[in-house]
Design a protein around this ligand. Structure first.
Ligand SMILES: Nc1ncnc2[nH]cnc12
Ligand SMILES: [Zn+2]
Length: 330
């Protein structure tokens, strides 16, 4: 199965680039930037990666990214993941990044964008890996701060494929960001949002109705509402489901209890992603292999999941047709 999966044109629609920061790189960047880490060794860092919920993870996620200071750091972060993903057969990644998490630490947007855009360019020219850019906003920060960041990002709007909404979901409903998403829509930007990860099915409806999103990131809790399931089925809105993330953050107790088989049985447009691979046990291939084992999925299921992802990826129509053809021939 691993050989079959590796030669597929795999597409990942939900990846936080800051969540791809492996402890080895974290240590290297800490040394380069003269930063003291709260861990003595890589093994100690890895041992700390046990979470009770989303907030427990976010605390370490924001702490980890503190080593990212320079344009070269952001470039190295992204290239490190792109190379690993490409070696596992990934051909396209839609990448979330969190500008507010860096601005708060005094790292300018220009620094973040220059590093990430240079990595994207190099991946596309030398790795046969295309990259979509999703500027994500932290839903536990004030809505007017998000709007200010979007406005200040004007020089980069042309490089964005979408805006997203992430971070602590409970108590931060989509409607809090109505004005931000309306502005993004007026600018012609596509919108996506995390919804129904820890938050209720109602947040999925709000994301669709109030934020007019094209994708739901996670969305697994849609199954708590028949009406939401029916709506997602009829609209074939893509769900970017992250199985090992859901296990790590205790959205489910065990992968065998994960609702993925039920989501597929409900004929929803499901895709698989790794979310934060450095923190949740691995990248797309590890997620695929874990699902193959937990659910007994055969090759046809992985073809369908990748077909769904290719159809929804932020890529040119030419590339989409090329990847669909590669999928047929794989
Ligand atoms: N799984 C997740 N949910 C919400 N925000 C995130 N930011 C990084 N990973 C996230
Ligand atoms: Zn996510």
């Amino acid at each position: 199965m691993q050989d079959f999966l590796t030669q597929l044109p795999n597409v990942e629609l939900h990846l936080h680039i800051e969540g791809s920061l492996e402890p080895e790189l974290m240590f290297a960047l800490a040394k380069r930037n003269n930063i003291t880490l709260p861990y003595a060794t890589v093994a100690e860092a890895k041992a700390a990666y046990h979470f009770n919920d989303l907030q427990g993870f976010l605390d370490l996620y924001f702490q980890g990214m503190n080593v990212l200071r320079t344009e070269q750091d952001f470039y190295d972060l992204a290239m490190d993941y792109f190379k690993r993903a490409r070696a596992e057969g990934v051909v396209h990644i839609d990448m979330h990044f969190d500008p507010q998490a860096h601005l708060q630490r005094g790292v300018a947007l220009d620094v973040v964008m220059a590093g990430l855009l240079r990595a994207k360019q190099d991946a596309e020219s030398s790795l046969d890996l295309s990259v979509g850019m999703i500027m994500a906003f932290l839903r536990d920060r004030p809505a007017d701060e998000a709007l200010h960041v979007l406005e200040s990002a004007a020089p980069y709007w042309k490089f964005l494929d979408a805006i997203g909404l992430d971070s602590a979901e409970r108590g931060n409903p989509p409607e809090k960001f109505q004005a931000l998403f309306a502005r993004a829509k007026a600018l012609g930007l596509v919108r996506v949002a995390h919804a129904g990860e820890e938050g209720p099915a109602d947040y999925i409806e709000q994301a669709l109705d109030v934020l007019d999103v094209q994708r739901i990131d996670h969305g697994v809790r849609c199954l708590e509402s028949d009406a939401v399931v029916q709506r997602l089925r009829e609209s074939q809105t893509v769900l970017t489901v992250c199985p090992l993330s859901n296990v790590s953050l205790k959205v489910v107790d065990d992968l065998r209890d994960h609702p993925l088989p039920k989501l597929l049985a409900e004929k929803l447009k499901v895709t698989i992603s790794s979310d934060d691979p450095a923190y949740f046990g691995g990248g797309l291939l590890v997620n695929h292999m874990a699902c193959a084992e937990a659910f007994g999925w055969d090759e046809a299921v992985f073809r369908q999941l990748n077909r769904n992802a290719i159809e929804e990826a932020f890529i040119s129509e030419d590339r989409r047709q090329q990847l669909l053809k590669r999928l047929e021939q794989a």
